[in-house]
Write a protein of this length. Sequence first.
Length: 420
Amino acid sequence: MVDTASPSPTPSAQSQLDAAAKEYVRLVLALGEHDADYVDAWYGPAELRDAVRAEAKSVESIRREAGALLGRITALPRPDAEIDRLRLDYLRTQTSALGARAAMLSGTTLTFDEESRALYDAIAPAHGTEHFDELLRELDAELPGDGPVSERLEAFRSRFVIPKERLDVVFKKAIEGCRERTLQHIPLPAGESFTVEYVTDKSWSGYNWYQGNFRSLIQVNTDLPVFIDRALDLACHEGYPGHHVYNVLLEQHLVRERGWIEFTVYPLFSPQSLIAEGSANYGIDVAFPKEEKVAWEREHLFPLAGLDGSQAERYYRVFELTSKLAYAGNEAARGLIDGTLTDETAAAWLEKYALMAPERAKQRIRFIRQYRSYVINYNLGKDLVEAYVEALAGGDGEARWRVFTELLSSPRLPSGLAGE
């Protein structure tokens, strides 16, 4: 647990950490001028970004300066308080990832595992075809009819698509349910809120753009049909207790209470993303344990979507089996990045082993080409966050919420969750 009541480091050590944090922010913003996807959120002083833009550092200069900053941070003494040690480790590892991303933009080539370690402080396990074949056999027994499992799954799921004209009312109800459950366990600052937009032509299904001042913009992509399970999943993942709550708590406890400027900026290709995505995915289970989720959706969302609630249990049995195929996406990304798969063969892999319809497989290839090894943050991230929280909570529901909230409010790293 994080001891937030422990004394802070000595003033000289504190000032060195603060100076390193400000330099880190400058370099993150500078790299964002070269990489449109890099700065996911920024709500620090406008004059700081203006100064960075005026300086117009080159990518190579950013890489060199990140290396020098990493050396200075590594040489700093270890603070006494755990929260300050976490901060030091966070700055060190985030700065290392910053340098790695700059090197990639300069032409450095990394394998899938090298990249994920450098950017996200973690390596996902590799799975061969035999692992996924066994999962497909389980699904084969559950799905009715003949023919390929992927076609039968698509036919089965097509009965659970939310009509476009009902999407907004279903999604708003899902948000209401997620927020209500979250507020029972996590006190949030007054005025926190988010706006929902429906968009098209994106490589992702949903996105949270944090604006600062406890506000977010959440976008939902409607390019492809939205299945009933995605309403609650997106509401939890992007909103409560997922990304929105995570960013609100960081702003409240680390930026406003402690003045840690490094948390006013969120570099997407960094270890912070594994914590963000992993906690957002695991947060769905925290807010809605499996049995409760099925019952709640059957009562509230299925009727709003005009769907047959009597099929909810069966739908979620199938959904649970398909969710085990999540790591198949990692293997497609591994093959694309390592050069063992083309776009066409990777799409075929996703259709066969992730059971994606052709259009969804194409969308996923587009996502991988844009975000590369980022895919590990969803599945490995969830697994690491879940293992960490459950080990400390011991299966107790209230303890689970407490540990989860402390994780969202602190500068934890993936390697820290794994006990490395």
